[in-house]
Write a protein that binds this ligand. Sequence first.
Ligand SMILES: Cc1cc2nc3c(=O)[nH]c(=O)nc-3n(C[C@H](O)[C@H](O)[C@H](O)COP(=O)(O)O)c2cc1C
Length: 344
Amino acid sequence: MAGSSTGTVFKVTTWGESHGPATGAVIDGCPAGLPLSPADFRPYMARRRPDGSLMSTNRREADEVEILSGVFEGMTTGTPVSLLIRNTDQHSADYGNLADIYRPGHADFGYQAKYGHRDYRGGGRSSGRETAARVAAGAVAAKILGMTGITFQTAVTSVGGFPPEEAPGIIKQYREAGDSAGSEVICTVHGAPAGIGDPVFRKLDALLAEAVFSIGAVRAFEIGSGRDVISLRGSENNDAFCMKNGKVVTETNHCGGILGGISTGGDILIRASFKPTPSISLKQRTVTRDGEETEICIRGRHDPVIGPRAAVVVEAMSALVLLDSMLLNMTSQLSSFISFYQKK
Ligand SMILES: Cc1cc2nc3c(=O)[nH]c(=O)nc-3n(C[C@H](O)[C@H](O)[C@H](O)COP(=O)(O)O)c2cc1C
């Protein structure tokens, strides 16, 4: 399967299936000299882990990240950092009856059409479980970005079209009906400097869109005012420039901190819409591998809404894009090259 790697300088490859022995990530291009230990991953991994509430699956995973390589005496060495997260709570028997049936809303049919052979247990590689590896890699990127003053603020802003405070009631209702809900996540990046991103094919907003759209169940990506621009006038949508503490800033932020594919220095505003979880226990019509029409009721443990678990995944993917773009940006002006290599 190609397409499991992302990034140019800070290059991340994820691997592993939902019900295999483990999942993980390899980061090639992580600069040497970063203090890194399993403790760095715990707060990030905890935000993706099911929390035992009505809002998430009953699958229980420790999600402890093991560092297999690239760190010596507590510090990155510049060689590939290999991260491993063991799967310990798979219930593969729940999926035995799905070997020959295509689940509606899932990748089953597409994988079968493409490969002719697939790991159907828990959705294999198309499972939300794959995102554990992204979060581990994103934690490393976020740690480096934090050292430059960049921070993230990420929240679920809608569940089933309702504000988050109404979510528990909505989810209880949907669960009782054997159904699931859609959701929205907003991620704000504070402190990103102006001048990050490239002007044409590697626009910062285009890279963020690709990264966020690569997360399962994402159905829309917006930057800044996003789709609201449809009904704004130019005079309302343009962000006036002004000076603040000797710096060029914008008075408003409809552009979401990016113009012409390059950061303005304002907050980067990212919005992702997630579809309702495809696995529902309500009866659905489908087809078997032999082309026979049938019905399916999906059992197993599932998130009734994806946003609460995926919020940190949006943040992790944004951190990976931003760090990679910042590393690439170090070659954009000759003066940076000269000052780096100048003889002291
Ligand atoms: C963090 C996360 C958790 C997920 N949990 C589930 C789940 O419990 N049950 C499910 O059916 N889909 C879940 N999904 C969504 C499916 O992986 C996804 O919808 C499916 O693979 C089809 O891909 P697509 O929606 O991107 O087309 C989850 C996705 C993410 C990002």
